[in-house]
Design a protein around this ligand. Sequence first.
Ligand code: ADP
Length: 252
Amino acid sequence: DLNIPLENEMYEELTPLLKRIDEQNKQKDAIADMRKEFSANVSHELKTPLTSISGYAEIMKNGLVRPEDMKGFAERIYNEASRLITLVEDIIKLSKLDEGEIEMEKEDVDLYDLTRRIVSRLAPQAEKRAVHVEVTGENVICHGVRQILDEMIYNICENAIKYNRRGGSVSVWVGATLKGKKIIVTDTGIGIPEDQQERIFERFYRVDKSHSKETGGTGLGLSIVKHGAMLHNAQIHVESKVGKGTKMELTF
Ligand code: ADP
């Protein structure tokens, strides 16, 4: 009988340890699954435009295209190739973020100045869709990696323009609040269904797959934002109503 308390004690000691090992194994499995899924997605995403490119090129090579249609074919090849370039660039950015490879030199970055500069880089895209973009707020300094902050804000603002309606608007506010330094991007666009508002941060996840060609998206933009936010101890919060618009809030 003397053994019983000892066994109990051991049991009590071991249970949490075993549980922890179990949890660690589960986490490892989840990461392995995610990697597998990511590679499968990457292969698929790369193959699709490459198949189109080689298809169009083959038809042209075989002389099956009328001279007046040549330009259209060349344009399709060009568009698919551009998509591929963006995709490969995004994949490289993400894997660098994953491995912490990006030059991690932190510096004081003025989020307001940075945002204004990003919005003027996006002006041609906004003009093409007749979307009005305005930036308001105040200078706020964030200690961070400029290149990553740039990519994060760029992706959020670009989405607000891309998933907008013709003649819609985007308003960006940068400033300090009691809860932290914030960048709030509000658009009058198509919105995101409630049950997908978490999923949009997953790699390659897009609400409407058929939009991707027209908007030229890779489905990687918001995973770059999420990873960048983690690196900066920042939070990304989304509020959205289908048909009304979306508000993305980045808090540092
Ligand atoms: P993509 O390259 O497709 O834009 P993201 O990762 O940036 O990829 O976004 C994932 C998906 O989330 C988009 O395909 C789109 O369906 C949805 N989304 C992101 N931002 C917005 C927004 N402001 N309004 C509506 N939908 C959005």
